[in-house]
Design a protein around this ligand. Sequence first.
Ligand code: GLU
Ligand code: MG
Length: 451
Amino acid sequence: MERAEVVSRLRQSEVQLVRLLFCDNAGIIRGKAVHVDELEARLVSGVGIPRAVQALNVLDQQQPVNGMGPVGEVRLAPDADTFVVLPYAPRSAAMIADLLTPDGGAWDACPREFLRRMTRRALGHGLQVRAAFEPEWSLAIRVEDRYVPIDETLGLSSLGMQTAAAAVDEIVEALGKQGMRVEHYVPELGHGQQELTIRHAPALRAADNQLLYRETVRSIAYKQGYFASFAPKPWPEQPGNGCHIHVSVWDPSGEENLFSDRSAPYGLGRLGRRFAAGLLAHVPGLLGLVCPSYNSYQRLRPGAWSSAYGCWGPDNREAAVRVASTLAGRETTSINLELRPADGSANPYLALGGVIAAGLDGIVRDLDLSDDLLALADPASLSDEDRESRGIRRHPETLALAADALEADPLLTESLGPVLSSSYLAVRRSEWHAFSAQNAAFEHKHHFWKY
Ligand code: GLU
Ligand code: MG
């Protein structure tokens, strides 16, 4: 959409405020809202926020990061292409913003710019990456200091569809109005747990969609008296919330899925195998981006269908990389790779940018997808010796270890660049320190309604 079109649409609407949103290093969606009368000018100049915003952790504790103290500003610069009127707050609209320096250049700590750079890197190889986030989330009410699931229904149960129907119906309608195409809905296994998926899109749009999706689910739930949580492990005794990332690589026009080869095993051609091999080569460091919260590591356990080991397999829900079986009638377009450990506490720009960097590395280095890492059954059913001899490694088991793995992965840190990677690691390590000194009640309280 052109800027002029945004302004003319606003003039004909009831909207008073336009929320300029971004996602920070802690995975929190933040922003500032601008009055409509001010928007036209701000579309050019942006809106100032402190540079320190990228040094805040999930507890709003500011970390000592060079250049991100009390001095200095950046600009929230809204992207006109992302303009939507918010169906759940019709006097407000939203636009996704980039973080720019005051002179209008890209700020090197901007997560959205990182993803844009990675999509350009892919295009440099003649490839368009498409993706879909597959969010699971929990619906709760608040009882004193705790959040309690809205029901105790079983996975896929029709009763679960009904207990959540008022919220889910309104959410589906609101996602559609914002241009997201809902594909399916399922009341998931956990108490109060839901899964509602939307169609894949070019990478930057997919990450923007993830922000608008999280906003929509949380806002509609809240309006109806519920609390919706994307926390990876909302309750220690309940299944976790994944947000698996589905990815496929297409020609630049987005017409042909280049992963597809119907004569190859599982329909996954050579390009897809190299991309998957790249993901697996970088899994430990990648976890620092796709499973970035303290709470993430309560979810990533064997037997939880979140994956706990660095292996791949066709429709294997315990593998880090699942080759999703193709859909009848859409065999060549539906082939995709699913990164299972990813969860909804991730900053989607950093997560997807990391996925693209890793996958492209597999393509550039022509890595082969090893049969040793092929898991046709639950990798936990192999003996320790078998896993060891095949090179199937357990994922990092804490946020501290994942942050170390990220720091030790030069491809990922160089792709992020020094400012983004150092601020990100400072924020994440501070969260490790803060939460590891506390108990489970503190963890529940400070993760449940943040993501
Ligand atoms: N809830 C599981 C997870 O944490 C995923 C279950 C499923 O396969 O949908 O990833
Ligand atoms: Mg699911």
